[in-house]
Design a protein around this ligand. Structure first.
Ligand SMILES: Nc1ncnc2c1ncn2[C@@H]1O[C@H](COP(=O)(O)OP(=O)(O)O)[C@@H](O)[C@H]1O
Ligand SMILES: [Mg+2]
Length: 313
């Protein structure tokens, strides 16, 4: 894997003694959209703040594009842009001045053509001379993204980009993130919205109580951990499940009107033999539906498993 960011054994104890990150190891592939998914308090913002050098790690190492974040701080930090969770923008500055300032912070030579292009891609160009305080909440968020990208970073962090924004803006943000990726920017977004991870990410990492529980490609995660249900609605209720179907572990539900079959998303063979066995019977089927467990169900059951594993220690 061509990794752009490599995090090794990262631990964070806050001054209170609280351990917010527990031996986090994570590699981010160049060009991907990686979603770090976890409940509130899981440690997502702490992790981002450490990579962006706002918070000091207690131990561990981080490298960006092969450069050590501590030893080669200036060069490594230049590669990173971050859109913070909190809406913190300089209210009295104009959009343009604020962007030029952000770029200058990293010692990059001025590049008005690039900034113009950036503002145009975020539909902010006609607002460039406006004071930021005069912009709507959605526009302010776009300014934050523009500021994060002003120094042309190759790696962009978005911390809860759509928390508290309306559906319209959320869809806009998703579109923008897709466009950035198409231009080659690697994106790490944190979210506690499962739908967002499901919609956007190539890979998903699940973090809970400072620990990475799992990292995998989105499809692989859904396939490996997902369960499927086949629901067979009958024209007439049965008193009991037909013996030839019992072998499949089929259940009779809803006053005998529904045969329900649960199986792993990866097994397809048993469905074929189940349907053949069903066709042999003098049963009239009214309808068949199949349902795949969502990422949400997988997520909840993973967190539950982690809890149980802890309790049994
Ligand atoms: N400055 C701090 N001092 C002590 N504890 C903190 C501090 N910042 C965050 N925490 C705690 O660390 C944990 C992780 O917080 P955070 O990284 O903000 O989680 P997330 O972004 O996933 O919601 C939480 O329990 C939070 O209360
Ligand atoms: Mg957070």
């Amino acid at each position: 894997m061509d990794s752009i960011l490599s995090i090794q054994n990262l631990n964070k104890y806050y001054d209170s003694g609280f351990q917010a990150l527990k031996s986090v190891t994570l590699d981010i592939e160049r060009g991907e959209i990686f979603a770090l998914l976890g409940p509130n308090g899981a440690g997502k913002t702490t992790l981002i703040s450490i990579v962006c050098s706002v918070v000091k790690p207690s131990s561990g190492s981080i490298s960006v594009n092969g450069m050590d974040l501590q030893a080669q701080y200036k060069e490594a930090r230049k590669q990173i842009g971050v859109v913070p969770q909190e809406l913190a923008v300089p209210m009295f500055e104009t959009v343009w001045a604020s962007l030029c300032f952000s770029r200058g912070l990293y010692g990059k030579a001025p590049n008005p053509a690039y900034l113009e292009q950036l503002l145009k891609s975020l539909s902010l160009w006609d607002k460039k001379d406006n004071k930021i305080m005069t912009l709507s909440g959605g526009m302010k968020r776009r300014v934050l993204i523009a500021k994060a990208l002003a120094h042309e970073p190759s790696l962009l962090f978005l911390d809860e980009p759509t928390a508290g924004v309306d559906v319209e803006l959320r869809k806009d943000m998703w579109r923008m993130i897709d466009e950035l990726r198409a231009k080659g920017t690697t994106i790490i977004l944190t979210t506690h919205y499962i739908e967002e991870a499901e919609e956007m990410a190539d890979r998903i990492g699940i973090i809970n109580k400072g620990e990475i529980l799992l990292v995998d490609k989105k499809e692989a995660l859904l396939n490996k951990l997902g369960k499927k249900q086949l629901r067979i609605e009958l024209s007439e209720a049965l008193n009991e499940a037909p013996p030839s179907l019992l072998n499949f572990g089929l259940q009779l539900e809803e006053q005998g009107k529904v045969l329900s079959y649960h199986y792993d998303a990866s097994e397809k063979k048993s469905i074929n033999s189940l349907l053949s066995a069903l066709a042999e019977l003098p049963i009239e089927v009214q309808d068949i539906q199949s349902k795949q467990s969502s990422l949400e169900e997988i997520f909840v059951s993973l967190l539950n498993d982690a809890e149980q594993a802890k309790q049994s220690l």
